[in-house]
Design a protein around this ligand. Sequence first.
Ligand code: 13P
Ligand code: SF4
Length: 350
Amino acid sequence: MSLTTVESPFAEAEIENEAKRLLAKLMHVECDSRHSWNIDTCRSIVPLTLEINALKKEKDAVILAHSYVEPEIIYGVADFSGDSYMLSMKAKEANAERIVFSGVVFMAETAKILSPQAEVIVPDRNSGCSLADSLTGAQLRELKAAYPEAGVVCYINSTAEVKAECDVCVTSSNVYKIVAAMPQKQILFVPDRLMADNIRVEMKRLGIEKEIVSSDGTCIVHDQFDPELITESRAKFPGVKVVSHPECTMDITSESDYVGSTGGMMQYVKQTEAPYFMMLTECGLVERIEVESPEKRFISGCKLCPFMKMNSLEKIRDALISPQPSQLIELEEDLRIRAHRSIDRMFEMS
Ligand code: 13P
Ligand code: SF4
């Protein structure tokens, strides 16, 4: 994000009020290593946030932002922010001509699957995801041929092409419930092999007999945490609660006090009394909790998702003014309908 002063058509008083409103939130962000938020940094971005908020009205656009994107997007311009499940519900309910999805490409694709009438915009077409990009529809068809009896479950971090090949789509907030309810004993779960490991453990804990087969994708953020860090932090910070995502390795999840979706982790921290929390997830979530529950204390440990961080206020503004063809999500209708079925099934089973 550039913090240079922008020529602005907005009145000084309006800029000052908005800068103060933003500062009241962003001043709590400590985890952001790029810069500390003060009244000057807030003032410098306000012409852009005001411009985007005016463009939203003019263009009948709604902005959905994943919790991992920068806080100035979440608190400056987003209409809704949250985890994949919450945002897919919002995309489904969106009654707007345009949806700008500040997240990664598979999330914008999901919004298009659910709201085909809307123009769906992704601020940066390169905002991929190591999980979604690990498996093509053709590769999944090969796997299905190798396991013809399996129920096919795909994680929402997958392409529309992969979703179109699945029986049901899941997010990290409903994966265990849906896998447990599948009629088949053998489940082909794609594309996250670490989440597949966590599903195996959870099914065993629940006493549900399932055979989980997976493909070989991992999240380049959540597969990086070192379990040594947990041991060291527990020794150094007695009472610390360790929180992780089911995309982490079992070395991490088995040593965590809570494992859950982005929304689940946020709720857990807000509702739990502890002297410190260590968040083994993306840093954007820590920043959100710092803003919304400033009394919570964190031990460093989180990591950045390079794809989520490709989002910026400038790219959102430019895409609202005049989207580049690469920023528009287009899906072939037959593929969209098939992908839609697997997401609809998720809503039914959640
Ligand atoms: P959530 O489903 O928890 O939002 O996670 C999405 C994601 O990309 C996690 O890395
Ligand atoms: Fe994909 Fe991992 Fe980034 Fe989430 S954090 S978008 S799973 S690479």
